[in-house]
Design a protein around this ligand. Structure first.
Ligand SMILES: [Cu+2]
Length: 268
């Protein structure tokens, strides 16, 4: 028995196509843009709508590789299922003298299209596990990082620097709103939390996006590759003022960052 019956198969293919279209829109669509566009000159960054933001991070290229792999897989599945959908629409169209019949499905096909995604997911998972561990596992974080505390709240980012002693909760801590200064060529560690609802700390040019959850401290790290001025965006719909929840990010040499913190602290 060949693929499909008049009633069953197009509906299944349609459902599948919708799911895949949704995944594509959410995950992979931006990857259609040119990822190798030359990086913009420092401060302020500009890029055209539809382009990837310039990559200012040292881990971005590796992450992009995974994105591309996922895009190729979902893209291939998308065109395959959409193609089949159109083919079945045509092949099983109503025709005089053609009688519909009911099918209980096809065991081999069911097993096949269940196992194939399993294999794809396992391969993607196993081959990217090392990268995720380096990015997300606190035990593997660089030890000599420049550390800041970031707290999201409706609708701003509270940023706390440890000051000269490198410790939080001491006299020389300096706290600002929406003004993040970080060094480049040095790992930056962010201790992230939220005060009220879930926010998402998003630094597109640094290829960082992490939920900020009330009552939980999540840590992330990144390393910037050059000086620039960019933005923090909140990537989680967190209330009416979500759209204006953004902060500025200044990436500059470490001495300049430390100097800025000290000057701001003295001006307090
Ligand atoms: Cu928010």
């Amino acid at each position: 028995m060949t693929l499909g019956t008049p009633r069953l198969r197009p509906r299944l293919a349609l459902a599948l196509a919708f799911s895949i279209a949704a995944v594509l829109t959410a995950v992979a669509a931006p990857a259609f843009a040119d990822a190798t566009a030359p990086a913009a000159a420092p401060a302020p960054l500009t890029y055209r709508f539809g382009d990837w933001p310039p990559d200012l991070s040292k881990h971005g290229a590796e992450l992009q590789g995974l994105y591309d792999k996922i895009l190729y897989v979902t893209g291939a599945v998308f065109f395959l299922t959409e193609g089949l959908l159109l083919f079945f629409l045509w092949k099983y169209r109503a025709q005089p003298g053609k009688k519909a019949h009911y099918s209980h499905g096809h065991m081999g096909l069911e097993v096949g299209w269940t196992l194939l995604p399993v294999v794809i997911f396992v391969v993607l998972g196993v081959t990217s596990a090392d990268m995720w561990a380096r990015m997300k596992d606190r035990n593997l974080f660089p030890q000599d990082a420049f550390t800041v505390k970031v707290t999201g709240r409706q609708f701003e980012w509270l940023i706390r620097y440890p000051g000269k002693d490198g410790l939080f909760g001491t006299e020389d801590d300096y706290e600002t709103i929406n003004d993040l200064h970080v060094p480049y060529d040095k790992p930056v560690r962010v201790r992230l939390t939220a005060q009220d609802v879930i926010h998402s700390f998003f630094l597109p040019e640094l290829r960082v996006k992490q939920d900020a959850v009330p009552g939980l401290e999540t840590e992330i790290w990144f390393e910037a590759s050059r000086a620039a001025k960019t933005e923090i965006a909140c990537a989680e719909l967190c209330g009416l003022g979500h759209y204006r929840m953004r902060g500025s990010v200044t990436i500059e040499p470490l001495p300049q960052v430390l100097n800025w913190i000290q000057t701001e602290k003295e001006d307090e």
